[in-house]
Design a protein around this ligand. Structure first.
Ligand SMILES: Cc1ncc(COP(=O)(O)O)c(C=O)c1O
Length: 391
């Protein structure tokens, strides 16, 4: 009632939480292995982040981007420092961050490469958002259904196919946009040789290499950003989700040398980089900067991966287990939605990716005990859902 039925919602109403635990209105506890959809990376009600928002909320909230913002400047500087980038544009969501990247790439192509109708290469099964440009960039037909006419200027190629990229590169090609672990598309990590060859190709042909880190960034895969494990330096990255731990914020970062591509008046947003979002983002960044943070995430991520392999590999219902860090997917030979439902009944929150991939995105602060419990529940649920139903 009163809402568009755009989301198929579970009936559960969560009212509280702490770390990787959620509590519903009846007082039932759930282990959260979804984090929203990879958003609440530092856990529910993180004291430092909660306090940062409360403190900022007691001051002024908004003055627009027409006035100085030392706080926005500070957050941008931290992001540039940890990413090796030189210029930041703040938005409010992942789609908006990618929209900014697409606009940046087009303007870059027009001003630097003098291409009038620039084209951006993206990949099948990718997901880049729900605005018209980002859904066009997305390599899944289901998000485009009913929304034509779509913007021009995108070329979608098979994921991981470097020859296809080489063949498709022409005089109008400006940029390549990709996820290094496709999230919505089924938790599919890109092969390192493909990524390295792609980076070399972009360099050789003067194409922008743009990495969508909306889901993989902010520690999710065990590094600040997924690209750092591939030994490449992109020209552009996009962020959102974990940057605000639940407070809406997105960012597009580019190399310092391209700063002037988005000069005064070329792009903008009313709310992007607002004080509340920046106060939260700064607290998130400070927390992720703790010296042992990335090592802890890597250790837990590797352990989760190994435990899933040990307990689930070989089950007749399981096809393959994929992922990196605390971003894992279990491809089943049956639909994943009933498994998610069954797990909810057992007190574990998980996600579906594609049709038949069970996706796990626990908060990065998940404990070893919580991982053991989750894997054991998953094993039981997968086996129970795989049993032939009696007629
Ligand atoms: C890789 C990736 N890019 C972009 C988006 C879009 O982000 P948002 O929903 O904040 O617009 C998502 C959301 O799931 C995503 O996973």
């Amino acid at each position: 009632m009163a809402l568009f039925p755009t989301y198929l919602r579970h009936e559960i109403h969560f009212v509280d939480g702490s770390g990787a635990v959620l509590v519903d209105e009846l007082g039932n506890e759930y282990l959260d292995f979804a984090s929203g959809i990879g958003v609440v990376n530092l856990g529910h009600r993180h004291p430092r982040i909660e306090q940062a928002l409360i403190t900022q909320a007691q001051g002024i909230w908004h003055t627009s981007n027409l006035f100085a913002s030392p706080l926005q400047q500070e957050v941008a500087e931290i992001l540039c420092k940890v990413s090796g980038m030189g210029a930041t544009f703040f938005a409010n969501s992942g789609a908006e961050a990618n929209e900014a990247a697409i606009k940046f790439a087009r303007r870059w192509a027009k001003t630097v490469k003098i291409i009038q109708e620039p084209e951006i290469i993206t990949f099948k099964q990718s997901f880049h958002g729900r605005t018209l440009a980002t859904l066009t960039a997305t390599g899944q037909d289901k998000v485009k259904d009913g929304f034509s006419p779509l913007p021009k200027g995108f070329r979608i190629l098979p994921y991981g196919d470097i020859q296809a990229v080489k063949q498709a590169t022409g005089s109008t090609t400006a940029a390549v946009l990709l996820e290094l672990v496709q999230g919505e598309g089924g938790v599919r990590p890109a092969d390192p040789p493909f990524v390295q060859e792609l980076a070399a190709w972009c360099k050789e042909k003067n194409l922008l290499l743009m990495i969508d880190e909306v889901q993989t960034g902010m520690g999710r895969t065990g590094n600040w950003f997924a690209y750092q494990a591939y030994g490449i330096q992109p020209d552009v990255i996009t962020l959102a989700k974990g940057l605000g731990n639940g407070f809406p914020v997105g960012a597009m970062l580019a190399k310092a040398e391209w700063k002037d591509v988005l000069g005064p008046g070329t792009h903008g947003t009313t709310f992007g980089g607002g004080r509340l979002a920046m106060a939260v983002a700064r607290a998130v960044l400070e927390e992720l900067s703790r010296p042992s943070m990335m090592a802890e995430i890597q250790e837990k991520g590797t352990w989760l991966g190994q435990l899933l392999e040990k307990e689930l590999n070989g089950l007749s219902e399981v096809r393959v287990i994929r992922g990196k860090g605390l971003m894992r997917g279990i491809e089943l030979n049956m639909p994943a939605a009933p498994v998610v439902k069954s797990l909810l009944n057992q007190g574990l929150v998980t996600l579906v990716a594609g049709e038949n991939v069970l996706r796990l995105l626990p908060p990065l602060v998940v404990t070893h005990g919580q991982i053991v419990r989750a894997v054991s529940l998953i094993k039981e649920a997968v086996q129970a859902c795989g049993l032939p139903t009696s007629v």
